[in-house]
Write a protein that binds this ligand. Structure first.
Ligand code: AMP
Ligand code: ZN
Length: 132
C-alpha cells in the first residue's frame, strides 16, 4: 500500500504531528481539524475497516484510543470519538482511523469549512498531548 498516506505516516515516511505511538498504533493531529486538538488514532498495519483489523490488535487499538482520550482531556473533558466507515459515511482515507474530536463551549457545532492545522499551534498541541 505504497500510496496510503497513513501507512506512510506510520512508517515515518510522511510528516505528522505525532502525539502517541506504540508497536501497533500511532496517533497524530488531523491536518484539517474539526476542532483544536482533533487527533486520529490509527493501526500501523494497513486495514481499511475495523472489521478487517486482526483480533489480536483489538486490545492495543482500544488502549490507544483510550490513551489519546485521556490526553485530549487536558484540552476538554467533552469530545467525540468516531469512525467513518465507507464513502457514504464520509470516509475519505481508506485506512482505519478513530477520530477523537474535542468539543468546546464556544464552538457548539462542527465548522462547514475547515482550516488547515496551524503549524505553530500544532507544536503547542504536541507539547500538551505527547507527554505522559
Ligand atoms: P475520514 O473522513 O474519516 O476518512 O477522515 C480522514 C481524515 O484524515 C480527515 O479529517 C483529514 O483531514 C485527515 N487527513 C488526511 N490526510 C492527513 C494527513 N496527511 N495527516 C493528518 N490528517 C490527515
Ligand atoms: Zn494504510
Amino acid at each position: 500500500m505504497g500510496e496510503c498516506i497513513f501507512c506512510s505516516i506510520a512508517a515515518r515516511k510522511a510528516p505528522a504531528h505525532i502525539v502517541w505511538e506504540d508497536d501497533v498504533t500511532i496517533a497524530f493531529l488531523d491536518i484539517f481539524p474539526l476542532s483544536r486538538g482533533h487527533v486520529l488514532v490509527v493501526p500501523k498495519h494497513h486495514v481499511d475497516r475495523l472489521t478487517d483489523l486482526p483480533r489480536e490488535h483489538y486490545p492495543a487499538m482500544l488502549g490507544a484510543v483510550a490513551e489519546v482520550c485521556r490526553r485530549v482531556e487536558r484540552l476538554s473533558m467533552d469530545y467525540n470519538v468516531g469512525v467513518n466507515q465507507g464513502a457514504l459515511a464520509g470516509q475519505i482515507v481508506f485506512h482505519l482511523h478513530f477520530h477523537v474530536i474535542p468539543r468546546y463551549p464556544d464552538q457548539p457545532g462542527f465548522p462547514r469549512k475547515r482550516d488547515a492545522l496551524d503549524p505553530a499551534d500544532a507544536q503547542r498541541l504536541v507539547e500538551v498531548l505527547a507527554h505522559r
